[in-house]
Ligand binder design. Structure first.
Ligand code: SAH
Length: 248
């Protein structure tokens, strides 16, 4: 999969794209990332990329011409890629959205700065608007890094055989069960006995039950969005019995 990132601050991507899983995806040539400095597309002597907002008010707005030239240049080389705007006004990035983006041949991600981007960029080019959540970042770079990370780990072959995105939180609509590693006891807290038992069926059931427990405590909204199996309902009834309360 191909990612083209349009930014005024390409230096912000050193580090996040050069380490760990994203690095591995690049090394295995499962993903390809190109950074484009929007400033290189400004044609005036001072390479200005922002200007005061029409109508007055604080801050600056990213100018339409350099960004339009940058988008057109990248899109002409990557015609199959989807043009994505990072914006607090976009649809929320969730597992489902990341999974949907992972099916596309490529993404051209625009990083806004200052008060944002001249609205005509959206009218002319943008095919998808993505937000990290209901808060305002100083720029789209961290949102672009987050999108690339969340999408990359879903691309087949990026995660090693020992790792898996399938049991991660949200994949099956629930939060992941609690994880433990050695030592078996730390400051009086013991790893649940069942995980040391080697009984795969009991471990599977325990994990499913704990996944349901965590989800209904921390994110009960997720439970309403999934179809519970007969076993899930039985496990929830067991939890009611243990926890002494009926949650759903
Ligand atoms: N004035 C704008 C915010 C601009 S913040 C408004 O009120 O809607 C500057 C840039 O940061 C945005 O153009 C966008 O690219 C990025 N950004 C800010 N918050 C974001 C969020 N929650 N998700 C994704 N990108 C965000």
């Amino acid at each position: 999969m191909r990612f083209d990132i349009l930014t005024l601050f390409p230096g912000m991507f050193c580090g996040p794209f050069d380490e760990s899983i994203i690095r591995r995806g690049r090394d295995k040539q499962l993903i390809d990332i190109a950074l484009h400095n929007i400033r290189d597309y400004a044609t005036d002597r001072h390479q200005v990329t922002d200007d005061a907002p029409y109508g007055g008010g604080a801050g600056m707005v990213m100018k339409v011409e350099p960004l339009a030239a940058c988008i057109e240049s990248v899109k002409s080389r990557q015609p199959a890629s989807t043009i994505v705007m990072t914006s607090p006004q976009g649809r929320r990035l969730t597992h489902a959205v990341a999974a949907e983006l992972a099916l596309r041949p490529g993404l051209i991600i625009i990083c806004g700065r200052y008060e944002g981007v001249d609205e005509r960029i959206r009218d002319l080019f943008v095919e998808d608007d993505i937000s990290l959540g209901d808060f305002v970042l100083s720029g789209g770079e961290i949102a672009a890094i987050t999108i690339v990370d969340a999408v990359t780990r879903l691309i087949p072959g990026v995660l090693g055989s020992g790792e898996s995105a399938e049991t991660d939180s949200f994949c099956d609509g629930l939060l992941e069960y609690p994880q433990y590693t050695r030592p078996p006891e730390f400051r009086g807290l013991k790893v649940p006995e069942i995980l040391l038992s080697g009984n795969h069926e009991l471990i599977r059931k325990w994990r499913r039950r704990e996944s349901l427990r965590k989800t209904r405590i921390l994110r009960p909204d997720l439970l309403t969005g999934i179809t519970l199996t007969k076993e899930d309902r039985k496990l929830l009834a067991e939890l009611d019995h243990q926890d002494g309360a009926t949650f759903i």
